[in-house]
Design a protein around this ligand. Structure first.
Ligand SMILES: C[S@@+](CC[C@H](N)C(=O)[O-])C[C@H]1O[C@@H](n2cnc3c(N)ncnc32)[C@H](O)[C@@H]1O
Length: 203
């Protein structure tokens, strides 16, 4: 395990997160692919199941080097836009023939698109321990139109933190969003790490 992976799920602020992923960018993909990174394909299949059509634009939030975007494309989605904090991760994604657009975003600032612009969103391995804070879920859900769908994941580390479970419950418990899909399964099998995949629909 690299020094990056050993620290990947440690709490840090957004400036440290950006630096961490900038530094990891060139070796990230080879490392987690070698560990059997299963979550992108699981998320893409789950979103495909509920998406209805595959030509609507999909926002890949925290797209990183593009592994989730590639899985979405492989599942049939044709228009995929990526956003991420890390310029170096985005540069790796740019090298793939996957995204319509790639945009660097600033933590805590408004996302650079109109409310309702994306009825399909993915946050794969992003909102959780060591990456985006629980509030990122609220940011995405506010941007999603009524009937829009978000696929997201919570790995074993994230599931232990009540802030992330609580953020999801804030939407589903009061009926502001409907839980369409929940599946526990492999995340990084090479280190015996699992993740839950959720698809939620904004009411
Ligand atoms: C574990 S990687 C996952 C990347 C990609 N989704 C994948 O499945 O390979 C986490 C990504 O989230 C990004 N990230 C962390 N905090 C973020 C935030 N607040 N907003 C947007 N992206 C963020 C990181 O820069 C990194 O690229």
């Amino acid at each position: 395990m690299s020094s990056f992976l050993s620290k990947a799920f440690t709490a840090r602020d957004s400036a440290e997160t950006r630096t961490f992923y900038d530094d990891w960018a060139s070796s990230y993909e080879a490392e987690i692919t070698a560990l059997g990174y299963a979550t992108p394909a699981r998320c893409a299949a789950a979103l495909r199941k509920y998406a209805g059509e595959t030509n609507a634009p999909v926002l890949d939030f925290g797209c990183g080097t593009g592994l989730a975007g590639q899985a979405l494309k492989d599942a049939g989605f044709t228009v995929i836009d990526g956003v991420d904090l890390s310029a170096a991760m985005l540069a790796e994604a740019q090298a793939k023939d996957v995204y319509r657009s790639l945009t660097q975003i600033e933590p805590g600032q408004a996302l650079p698109f109109a409310d309702g612009a994306y009825a399909l969103m993915a946050a794969v391995g992003v909102i959780g321990a060591g990456a985006a804070p629980a509030g990122a879920l609220h940011t995405l859900m506010r941007k999603l139109p009524k009937g829009g769908k978000l696929v997201l994941t919570q790995n074993d580390h994230t599931l232990k933190d009540p802030a992330f479970r609580g953020a999801l419950s804030e939407w589903t418990d009061c009926g502001a969003a409907r839980l369409l899909f929940r599946e526990d399964g492999p995340h990084l099998p090479g280190i015996n790490l699992n993740a839950t995949v959720y698809v939620i629909e904004k009411a």
